[in-house]
Write a protein that binds this ligand. Structure first.
Ligand code: FCB
Length: 449
């Protein structure tokens, strides 16, 4: 059986727009996800986050559920448009009060709150003014971060600036699958830089309080489908865009030259030298959201592979290759050892840096049976395998400090709407009834032992 040190942190994660609902309450302003989800054709099942899990009103019950499982940490995100409804200007006290209540409820249950400042819900007025393609957004993010520190640093001592800036930049401004749904080609690299700058500026604000601060990335091992030069070059390019363009400025204070060349952005990036010391400010930890590895090829000639053509700059002519691994409902191949590989790769870059798995989980078409159970055998297996790898990583001496399951509750899975369930706890969206799944009961038993 896997063993962990006593101080290893066990938690579950959620994100504001995916669970809160109450989008027009207590002064919250609209975010890019409100706009996007309400645009016909953007969300697979035509749904939105207006109600979601109604976590805004049910948070106390949900935290009790989390604590009942034996989890000791809750990673949630703060909705920027609740705290600063238009993205700039003074704080909305009612928004801050909600997160104070949420954090205090965690503490009452012996659960440590881990707050993420940006899990993708950019205030719409900031998008209207250019979004992450303009520098001003990074500065507004700093102001927002500062407001949260003044108001909440006494009850929340663990902070993450951004969640998965890869998604914000490349799905938001590259292929348009996520809000704001723009397809800006190589300009998506501007979003990368402004997100990272926003991270660095927010980090400075959080540091002033003495609290612990990190960032949650979604790095993944990238393998070439064959040993051909073309496939290896495809893997280099995708590794650059997925991993190195974030890890190197954060950990080494430089952008990877090959990626800037691949994307034709070298000249544009020359102006940013002065930002790199801000971006590479000392992290207290790095969060890794891990779901699956990727295997890529660069076939000759026009791409005829099924699926969407890739519009990500620098990834021209690259296709994802199916290597025959079992997949989750998302179509994501299951390879638990990939978690070890990516944690090791990050540890090689920054040997002392504490690491957390800040998200890991799987979607399956769960069935709530008549007797009120969800026997999610596959999710349990996925969880067991990734927990086992985490134990191996700790045993190998890497500074892995915690594991957060994605996710506490079935929720609004972005462009997939409510059609994909990742929760440890099943949610009946018509009644808001919660049912603890078997995978969660396995976890509870494991933690009790
Ligand atoms: C991650 C996101 C999270 C959730 C999972 C499945 O990319 O951070 O909100 O959607 O994927």
């Amino acid at each position: 059986m896997s063993t962990f040190p006593d101080d290893f942190v066990w938690g579950a994660a959620t994100a504001s727009y995916q669970v809160e609902g109450a989008v027009a309450e207590d002064g919250r302003g609209p975010s890019i996800w409100d706009t996007f989800a309400h645009t016909p054709g953007r969300i697979l099942d035509g749904t939105n986050g207006d109600v979601a899990d109604d976590h805004y009103h049910r948070y106390a019950d949900d935290i009790r559920l989390l604590a009942d499982l034996g989890l000791k940490a809750y990673r949630f995100s703060i909705a920027w448009p609740r705290v600063v409804p238009t993205g700039s200007g003074p704080a909305n006290q009612a928004g801050l009060d909600f997160y104070r209540r949420l954090a205090e409820t965690c503490l009452e249950h012996g659960v440590t709150p881990y707050a993420t400042l940006y899990h993708w819900d950019l205030p719409q007025p900031l998008e209207d003014a250019g979004g992450w393609l303009v520098r001003d957004t990074a500065e507004r993010f700093r102001d927002y971060a500062a407001l949260t520190q003044t108001a909440l640093s006494d009850v929340i001592s663990h902070w993450m600036t951004l969640n998965e800036p890869w998604c914000s930049a490349f799905l938001g401004y590259g292929n348009g699958e996520h809000a704001p749904g723009r397809t800006e080609g190589a300009d998506a690299l501007k979003a990368v830089h402004h997100l990272l700058l926003g991270h660095g500026l927010a980090l400075q604000e959080i540091k002033t309080t003495g609290n612990s601060v990190g960032i949650a990335l979604n790095p993944a091992p990238v393998h070439p489908a064959s040993t051909s030069d073309a496939d290896r070059d495809a893997a280099r390019r995708i590794d650059g865009l997925r991993n190195r363009i974030f890890l190197e400025p954060l950990l080494l204070g430089k952008y990877p030259q090959d990626v800037l060349e691949d994307t034709g952005t070298t000249q544009w990036f020359e102006q940013f030298d002065a930002d790199l010391p801000v971006i590479s400010g000392p992290l207290d930890f790095l969060g890794v959201n891990y779901y699956c590895p990727s295997t890529v090829a660069a076939p000759e000639g026009p791409i005829s592979a099924p699926g969407r053509p890739t519009t990500q700059p620098g990834s021209e002519n690259v296709v994802a290759v199916d290597t025959g691994l079992a997949k989750t409902q998302m179509g994501w191949p299951i390879q638990p050892s990939g978690l070890r590989d990516i944690l090791q790769a990050i540890n090689d870059l920054a040997p002392e840096l504490p690491l957390y798995v800040t998200e890991n989980g799987s979607a399956y078409p769960d069935e709530l049976t008549a007797d009120g159970t969800v026997e999610d055998v596959e999710r349990q297996q996925y969880l067991e395998q990734h927990v086992a790898i985490s134990a191996e990583v700790v045993a190998a001496g890497l500074p892995l400090k915690g594991y957060f399951a994605w996710t506490l509750l079935d929720n609004f899975e972005w462009a997939w709407g409510y059609s994909r369930r990742f929760g440890l706890v099943h949610v009946d969206y018509a009644t808001q009834e919660r049912t603890v799944k078997h995978s969660a009961l396995w976890l509870k038993g494991f933690l009790a032992r």
